[in-house]
Design a protein around this ligand. Structure first.
Ligand code: SF4
Length: 347
């Protein structure tokens, strides 16, 4: 596909005929819905977000409903999406929108950016999609598209270079008919990055900006974007005490608000095997096979230890029967463990 006109005009025209127009959070200018979808989409695939988005809207149809929920309820509904700091910020943000803005999202990006969990790109997405504000988004997909089109090969790990790219992104924004053009342009860039200008083997023949793309002309799209500094991965071993009573209830604790699985319900966690056995006071247990759970920057090596007990293992916590588990914010591997490990001697 070839195109003509400015970069923005091509993106707008392409979005109209070839962009994604049937996602559940499209066709609305309700900032609550757009914000909810943007936060969910930050680290999660569209197919998964569809399901959670619908579930959240059913339970919390507007920002006031979300603001009045408890953090535990929100975590429970978020359970399985991962990256729980997003759920915490989502809840805090809803409360601030109600407290500071009377339950109505502000329309300008600068004010949106003062809210928890809303960074510059998300603020720009909400402002441009809902209020047609002339603001540039720059999420991972858009960085890829713009660095390729511009042949921008400065290292984005350097903050000054990212600022420079942001300045270029602003220059490329539509200049007229903003009411229609801005929402379509923002959506079009997102769509192009998600469906055509993908990380590996981009479909340049279908691209509306092919004729102005430096990376395509130089036959090296995959060389962009340039980002050198990789976050160092770490590993951590944790021992999980799966203490269960005869009636099947499990002892769970609410985690502190910092660190791994912050604010979620979890079995008691220990840094080493010795501390677990010391706390439990018995070695009559069943040790499950260890498994690895991968977080963004960390591999967790989890060692479950199953124990049938008569009294609480100590420390803060409470017994929770199986009927209560669906309503708890549980980390994904813990939920899986609870549902999949019968204790020795179970009927
Ligand atoms: Fe991406 Fe290819 Fe389009 Fe350039 S021409 S923006 S590399 S899809």
């Amino acid at each position: 596909m070839t195109g003509s006109g400015s970069f923005a005009a091509r993106i707008v025209r392409w979005q109209r005929s070839h962009g994604r127009n049937d996602l559940p959070w499209q066709g609305t200018r309700d900032p609550y819905r757009v914000w909810l979808s943007e936060v969910m989409l930050q680290q999660t695939q569209v197919a998964t977000v569809r399901e959670y988005y619908a579930r959240f809207l059913r339970r919390y149809p507007d920002v006031s409903a979300l603001a009045t929920a408890s953090e535990d309820e929100v975590f429970a509904l978020w359970s399985g999406l991962g990256y729980y700091s997003r759920a915490r910020n989502l809840h805090r943000c809803a409360r601030e929108v109600v407290a500071r803005f009377g339950g109505t999202f502000p329309g300008d990006a600068a004010a949106l950016e003062t809210l928890p969990g809303i960074g510059r790109s998300t603020a720009a997405a909400i402002a441009s999609l809902c209020f047609a504000a002339r603001e540039a988004i720059l999420d991972g997909n858009v960085k890829r598209v713009l660095t390729r089109v511009l042949g921008f090969d400065a290292d984005l790990a350097v903050a000054a270079n990212e600022r420079a790219l942001w300045a270029r992104a602003v220059e490329l924004l539509p200049k007229r008919d903003l009411g229609e053009a801005m929402p379509r342009y923002t959506q079009g860039l997102m769509d192009l990055g998600a469906t055509v200008c993908v990380p590996r083997k981009p479909a340049c023949l279908l691209c509306p900006v092919q004729s102005m793309c430096v990376a395509q002309r130089e036959a090296r799209p995959e060389a962009f974007p340039v980002k050198t500094r990789k976050l160092k991965r770490t590993a951590q071993s944790l021992w999980l005490l799966h203490a269960r009573r005869g009636d099947g209830a499990v002892w769970l604790q609410k985690r502190a608000s910092e660190g791994v699985w912050a604010g979620l319900y979890c079995m008691p966690v220990f840094d080493d095997r010795g501390s677990l056995f010391e706390a439990l006071g018995t070695t009559d247990v069943q040790e499950g096979p260890p498994f690895v759970h991968v977080l963004t920057h960390k591999d967790l090596h989890l060692h479950p230890v199953h124990a049938l007990v008569r009294k609480a293992p100590g420390g803060e916590g409470a017994w929770f029967g199986a009927e209560a588990w669906p309503e708890l914010g549980l980390p994904a591997p813990i939920r899986k463990l609870l549902l999949s490990t019968p204790l020795r001697g179970d009927a």
